[in-house]
Design a protein around this ligand. Structure first.
Ligand code: UT7
Length: 332
């Protein structure tokens, strides 16, 4: 019997309408458009401002469009894995809420937290279910309302992040297309450099934690940058080596969109020219778990059946990794 692989058979994204530009940020903190563009590559980001809306709404919108594109109903979905660092609630899982919102009454699901590597880790997790042969339709959704944990008086972080969601459908394939390999890592010693200090069991919410702004993203940018540049490049080169891929064999690098300089370093190390690198950080900023599927969504029309793609990410934790897949369909 032919080996079952998990192939991405549809992709869709969703970003809220409201846009926060670098010029808007100039009025909020001591920064400027030129600095933000040259140091990060971000020009604008989308922000979910609608009252009462949360990460699940971003995820649900992305999935609704995904189902429509693939022409299937929510009842057909077996499993929904939601990668996020901004769950609607501490519990239940955002995946539960998404399933309810989209009407996925036959699915089960859970959330996966691995900071900016969450979607990448979720993709392999979802693929493993499909590869067993027991699961036919698995959705992996990366969704984050980063604006809910960003301090808009902190110029170190507020210029980077944006809100958004992206989802892929994984289905079995027996023609050699789909997810081929991955190399993933975690290193808990990195946690002090990028984290949210309070709100967990270590430091539950209190007047003091709120007064001290401990529920916002904290990042020691320089240190994270150094690790990200090294590790993301290293692991991306390593997965090529492991699979005997030369740079000419790669159709696209799909990199986490945290900083254009990190992306450039990764592409350099892989020997890839700019036109093989997916880049949309200028439009969305760093949407954490949504960056990779938003890239696939934006570039979907340029992807051809059989294309070799390397997805790679680095995030808080630290977490990092790279995944190799063969794209499974031509532009519609
Ligand atoms: O997605 C998860 C993983 N996260 C990442 O990969 C992010 C990694 N880090 C980064 O992308 C970068 O470190 C940042 C974009 C966060 C910061 O860029 P940087 O080149 O590391 O800047 P820096 O923190 O070293 O600051 C350089 C200078 C400093 O001024 P002095 O000390 O040289 O006078 C900062 O005070 O730039 C100043 N600065 C700013 N200036 C204008 C810092 N933030 C700003 C700002 N606007 N927003």
């Amino acid at each position: 019997m032919a080996e079952i692989k998990a192939a991405i058979t549809a992709v869709n994204g969703y970003v809220p309408d409201d846009i926060l530009t670098n010029f808007d940020l100039e009025k909020m903190v001591d920064t400027n458009d030129e600095w933000i563009r040259s140091r990060t590559g971000v020009v604008e980001r989308h922000i979910l401002r609608e009252e009462g809306k949360a990460t699940s709404d971003l995820g649900a919108r992305a999935i609704e469009g995904l189902l429509k594109k693939r022409g299937i109903s929510a009842e057909e979905i077996d499993l929904v894995i939601c990668s996020t660092v901004t769950p609607d609630l501490v519990f239940p899982a955002t995946s539960n809420i998404i399933c309810e919102k989209i009407g996925a009454v036959n699915a089960w699901g859970y959330d996966l937290a691995a900071a900016c590597s969450g979607f990448l880790f979720g993709l392999q997790t979802g693929a493993s279910f499909v590869e067993t042969g027991r699961y036919k339709k698995v959705i992996v959704v990366g969704a984050d309302k980063m604006s809910s944990i960003v301090d808009y008086t902190d110029r170190n972080t507020c210029i980077i992040f944006g809100d958004g969601a992206g989802a892929v459908l994984l289905e079995p394939s027996t023609d050699g297309l789909g997810i081929i390999d991955h190399i993933y890592h975690v290193d808990g010693t990195g946690r002090e450099f990028l984290h949210q200090k309070a709100g967990g069991s270590l430091l539950p919410a209190s007047h003091e934690t709120v007064d001290n702004k401990m529920h916002f993203v904290f990042q020691e940018g320089k240190t994270v940058f150094k690790f990200a540049v090294t590790r993301m490049a290293e692991v991306s080169a390593k997965i090529m080596e492991k699979n005997n891929l030369a740079s000419e064999d790669i159709a696209w690098l799909v990199p986490h969109q945290a900083n254009k300089r990190i992306i450039d370093a990764t592409a350099d190390r892989m020997g890839l020219p700019e036109d093989k690198v997916m880049l949309n950080i200028s439009k969305y900023g760093n949407t954490t778990n949504a960056t990779l599927p938003l890239c696939l969504w934006d570039y979907e029309n340029q992807l051809k059946k059989g294309d070799n793609l390397i997805l790679s990410a680095f995030g808080g934790g630290f977490t990092w990794g790279a995944l190799y897949l063969k794209w499974a369909y031509d532009p519609q």
